[in-house]
Design a protein around this ligand. Sequence first.
Ligand SMILES: *Cc1c(COP(=O)(O)O)cnc(C)c1O
Length: 393
Amino acid sequence: MAQPPFPAPELGEPYLLTPGPLTTSYEVKQAMLKDWGSWDDDFRAMTRDMRDRLLAMIGDGAETYDCVPIQGSGTYAVEAMLGTFVPKGGKVLVLANGAYGLRAAKTVEYLGRGLRLLDKGDYLPPRGDEVAAILAEDTGITHVLAIHCETSSGILNPIEEIAEATKAAGRTLLIDSMSAFGALPLDPLALNCAAFVSSANKCIEGVPGFGFVIVRKDVLAASKGNCHSLALDVYDQWATMEKTGQWRFTPPTHTVAAFIEALKMHEAEGGVDARGARYAKNRDVVVEGMRGLGFQTLLDDRWLSPIITTFFCPADPSFTFQGFYDAMKARGFIIYPGKLTVVDSFRIGCIGRMDHHVMTRVVVAAKEALADMGVASAEPPAAALEERNKLAA
Ligand SMILES: *Cc1c(COP(=O)(O)O)cnc(C)c1O
């Protein structure tokens, strides 16, 4: 399928090399140049169309699952999923290897549900055999929460083996696929996944304003009365939407319009496979180019997602993140600070309306930025590499 053009953002805006909000297409922005009444038939039809298009993306599961949008950022959707589908006496095994896993664990604590945390630090994926061992030993665990792509490091977690271990132990699997859905295959039926969440402003390339829960219909039906929160009750949102076609409270009308345009463009590009291939190429070009400049990635190639890549900050004393950020911004690229707990790092996102030609320019800009700052070598501190090698061994 022919690739659509990737014009530079309008009005000389920089590219957002960030994991959402991200660079969106002109068509997506243009779709917001109109006002909709939330009660009107036109907007109700748009909501229905959006839910159907999202369900069509999960293939064979479309009949078994339903899609419920929730206002707010992605975190609201994660909290809505946990609060609605984990009953008050439930206990969740949270598989964490970065900031988003830890945020989910904190959410479980806020909700007053039982928590078991497997924290793998910044570098390592939770593995199926570890999950199996914990589930065998801790029989109180009812649910497992996995992060599909841990956006804080960019690690792509082994969701299949986690799903297999969860299913074998007869527990319920919930997935945060916020930064993966739309670019990486996710077949909830095959994974025996009860529910997963994603949001408007990640791989589908819409603008921020809501998230959505894709949930098995029987799990949804059994969840009535579970939720601690009215605004975040997925069951109640669904029940109202089924009855009236409306969102319970003010919907993000313009964001929905933009998202439908983004879904159409996703389909026109060739769906999940084509989107994932474009992002993977973006990653390959930026990783190869940055390594050519002397930078090193936090992760082994095996765990590098096509979503976002973490690079160590160079050891050279002339390097500062702020200096690098400013020099990149002056060249039209907004990069992202690192979110690691131990070593200094920065991140370059591969998602959004851009292709490998843009990524080639990112590498040129990085080279010029190093020269601006007088950084002779982009090599990270030896200690960072030693720690990485030790942990990854
Ligand atoms: C973006 C993201 C979230 C949600 O973050 P918000 O800032 O609330 O949108 C949750 N989990 C993961 C893995 C994410 O990438």
